[in-house]
Design a binder for this molecule. Structure first.
Ligand code: N01
Length: 538
């Protein structure tokens, strides 16, 4: 049996074995016949889902849209059990796919990439891993995910904490027993909002430390009926088509009506129906919700009212509903009993905006106003998103230029796919692409297909090298900024979309907000015009 860890000369190296890396391997190895190796830091496939095993971890996309759609047979042979798949079920799915396509034999697990340097003379990428492997390949494809570098805030005293602490994105595989424990949870993004009710049900006491209050809409998770499962199996093409046509890669459509086309009473009943239905499509009920602040205010006010109705303690309700940004300008969470959890006698909310956390103590933590005794601290504090996973590797392109330098003032690339000065390096769901503003598997399949078509084109034409031009990159960066500024998204000034959650990170709106369907067309047109904006050479 060949040694998967031996130094090797390959056609392509893929970094990461989550949704993206697995599908890229299928495209390049099975469709193009390339010699490919995937390097993966985890001990198994799964990427984001391999690491994010925190209590309550469940996908916010509906299961029938959150999977690969490249193979109708695969869609027919897998059956989801619930409206939203839970983390263990997604892991089962990804392992099912990996086994079906025999992917694991080409994945080197427990292998974190340390550096990737472009050798100009040889037109090869030389990749070194932390466990001492070295590989060389013509093409390097990063499939490192957008949310895979945990952000643990640097709070003084953490090293002295006598209890246990965890970041949700690096959760222990054996789980955490909260029974009888006083737990502090920091962070009220999608993760904290999912974890709160589950931890509350087990812990002796849960204190949620909230810096920025957040909207959330009920998920309304349910088991899938036999009828719906059958619908999925008999409508695979329609489901795939729907995810390709919507701006965000989900199957639900954004309504054509405007918020002020209807009376206030009609608007309220539209919101009530969307609240009762649950899920991310709450933001799809009016076409102008993400572009017109007054329209957005109607949704924001509705949700704030709901929070005040659900949460019985008026002071807690006031803190939870004191939200300072437009609805969905930060990634909108959906929940199962989040606001209701604050009605439990063992859950309390602490405002750390007015009184920031100052220090972790051996027995808990302290803000300017009070101290809290804790046995366990859970950091649901998010990620150094999008650029973090790329920049923690030492990537060097032409003339020894580092990606860190190239992105010093924020990420710059062309189509979110290539950076000028880094030939033959492709970045799946990189900044500058719809990525996190889209249902991820849809964005991933589009990128992996485009990259593999591009490599097939190069091979057919005898081309060895592709590199984004600086002019195309500059134009794309300007377009990405214009697309964001046409929406309300940049108004959430503390969002991770802007890098604002990581101290010192440049404030640049990173994902492409022009919509997935439009982006797909742009990429297709670029390819059909002979890869316009890229320099290709023999
Ligand atoms: O992280 P976040 P997340 N002191 O960055 C707070 C995806 N996801 O892990 O807003 C106190 O959104 C921070 O406060 P503020 C999804 O795309 C998907 O929740 O910076 N608080 C915020 O409240 C999501 O958007 C799913 O003021 C501090 C929280 O921590 C993305 O992952 C499920 C702090 C971080 O929120 C990230 O979500 C979950 C400090 N020093 C997540 N530092 C599914 O679809 C940070 N915070 C399943």
């Amino acid at each position: 049996m060949p040694d998967i860890n031996a130094a090797s000369e390959l056609d392509a190296i893929v970094i990461g074995a989550g949704f993206a890396g697995m599908y890229q391997l299928i495209c390049l190895r099975d469709r193009l016949g390339l010699n490919v190796k995937v390097l993966e830091a985890g001990a198994g496939v799964g990427g984001t889902w391999y690491w994010n095993r925190y209590p309550g971890a469940r996908c916010d996309s509906e299961s029938h849209a959150y999977w690969y759609t490249f193979s109708p047979e695969l869609m027919k042979d897998w059956e989801w059990s619930e409206r939203y798949p839970e983390q263990p079920e997604i892991m089962r799915y990804l392992n099912f796919v990996a086994d079906r396509f025999d992917l694991k034999k080409d994945i080197s697990f427990n292998t974190r990439v340390a550096s990737a340097h472009y050798d100009q003379a040889a037109n090869r990428w030389r990749v070194r891993t932390e466990n001492g492997q070295s590989h060389t390949a013509k093409y390097l494809i990063t499939a490192v995910g957008c949310l895979s570098t945990a952000n643990v805030p640097k709070i003084p005293g953490l090293e002295n904490f006598a209890g246990d602490w965890y970041h949700t994105g690096e959760w222990p595989h054996e789980g955490v027993d909260f029974t009888g424990k006083r737990v502090g949870l920091i962070g009220t993004g999608s993760t904290g909002i999912q974890a709160t009710p589950v931890i509350a049900a087990q812990a002796k006491h849960l204190t949620v430390f909230q810096r920025t209050a957040n909207y959330s809409v009920p998920a309304r998770n349910v088991p899938l009926t036999g009828e719906f499962k059958n619908y999925i199996k008999t409508h695979t093409a329609e489901i795939r088509q729907a995810t390709h046509e919507t701006p965000n890669g989900h199957t639900f459509k954004i309504e054509n009506r405007l918020a002020f086309d209807v009376t206030p009473e009609e608007r309220d009943s539209i919101y009530e129906a969307a609240w009762a239905k649950g899920g991310l499509q709450f933001r799809a009920v009016f076409q102008d919700m993400m572009v017109n602040k007054a329209a957005n205010d109607t949704a924001a006010d509705f949700i704030k009212r709901k929070i005040r109705q659900i949460v019985k303690d008026p002071a807690t309700a006031a803190l939870l509903s004191d939200i300072d940004h437009p609805y969905a300008a930060k990634r909108p969470p959906i929940d199962t009993g989040y606001f209701e959890a604050f009605n439990r006698p063992n859950v309390s909310l602490v405002d750390v905006k007015t009184n920031p956390i100052q220090e972790i103590l051996p027995g808990g933590l302290r803000t300017a106003a009070a101290s809290y005794d804790l046995d366990i601290i859970v950091f649901a504090t998010g990620f150094d998103a999008m650029t973090g996973p790329m920049l923690r590797m030492d990537i060097q392109g032409r003339d020894g230029q580092t990606l860190k330098d190239a992105w010093e003032a924020g990420p710059r690339n062309y189509l979110g796919l290539q950076v000028a000065g880094f030939p033959n390096l492709f970045t799946i769901t990189g900044p500058g692409s719809p990525s996190v503003l889209c249902n991820m598997p849809v964005a991933i399949e589009q990128h992996a297909d485009w990259i593999s078509d591009c490599i097939a084109h190069m091979r057919a034409k005898g081309l060895e090298k592709i590199e984004a031009t600086t002019a195309a990159m500059d134009e794309w960066v300007a377009h990405v900024n214009d697309a964001a500024n046409a929406t309300l998204l940049p108004q959430a000034t503390h969002s991770w979309y802007l890098g604002a959650n990581v101290p010192g990170k440049p404030r640049v709106f990173m994902p492409y907000a022009g919509g997935m369907a439009r982006y797909r067309d742009i990429c297709t047109n670029v390819a059909s015009q002979g890869y316009k904006g890229f320099a290709l050479s023999p």
